[in-house]
Ligand binder design. Structure first.
Ligand SMILES: [Zn+2]
Length: 207
């Protein structure tokens, strides 16, 4: 396969050309995020954030961290590339693939989910916290809202595959594994899946 960074840069530029800003963010629990109007301006201002602790300053695709992150391993460009494609999938779903009224219903459900995450108290072990969170999801989200979230996530992964193929990516085994893991993380957090044994060794998934 071509150098990952070449594909990474190509996909970043492709998405910018389609009308979404792409930036790095350092303090996210998720691998990435898409928001159609992150500053709540009431106008469309779509933005994708790619998580990279201690990201370097230039606001364009790069392979570095700043000096504060010198003790960390180099950024995982393959993971970031697939995350970029997945968030690009949410962007294109919002932009043209999903009727806007339906997308808004999805986004309302996702906001409700995020509100539940913000309200469930931290503390205790990770398992205890996750159990509280999962119980709150099951009692506070309607079945229809859970379905909207899962449908949007699956669509974002399908579009991600198109975007990756479009720039010449060919490691679809890696993509498949990332998709399975990403969907599982959502299902786990919503109280549907149980933990997989390997979950204990990893952290989170694409939003
Ligand atoms: Zn997602």
């Amino acid at each position: 396969m071509t150098d990952v960074f070449v594909l990474y840069e190509a996909l970043w530029r492709t998405l910018e050309g389609l009308g979404v800003a792409v930036v790095y963010g350092g303090l996210w629990e998720e691998d990435g995020d898409f928001h159609p109007d992150p500053w709540e301006t009431g106008k469309d201002s779509p933005k994708i954030t790619i998580s990279r602790p201690y990201y370097a300053d230039p606001p364009w695709p790069n392979q570095h961290r700043n000096r504060g992150g010198s003790a960390l391993p180099p950024p995982d460009l393959l993971l970031e590339l697939v995350t970029l494609a997945h968030e690009g999938g949410h962007f294109l779903s919002w932009k043209e693939r999903t009727p806007r009224s339906e997308w808004q219903r999805y986004f309302g459900a996702a906001k409700k989910r995020d509100q539940i995450i913000a309200e469930v108290p931290r503390g205790g072990s990770t398992d205890e916290y996750n159990d509280r969170l999962r119980a709150a999801m099951q009692s506070s989200l309607r079945a229809e809202q859970i379905e909207l979230i899962l449908t949007e996530e699956a669509l974002a992964w399908r579009i991600a595959q198109e975007l990756l193929a479009g720039v010449g990516f060919d490691d679809f085994e890696y993509y498949e594994a990332a998709m399975r893991k990403g969907l599982h993380c959502h299902r786990y957090r919503l109280g549907l899946d149980e933990l997989w044994p390997e979950d204990r060794a990893s952290n989170g998934g694409a939003a």
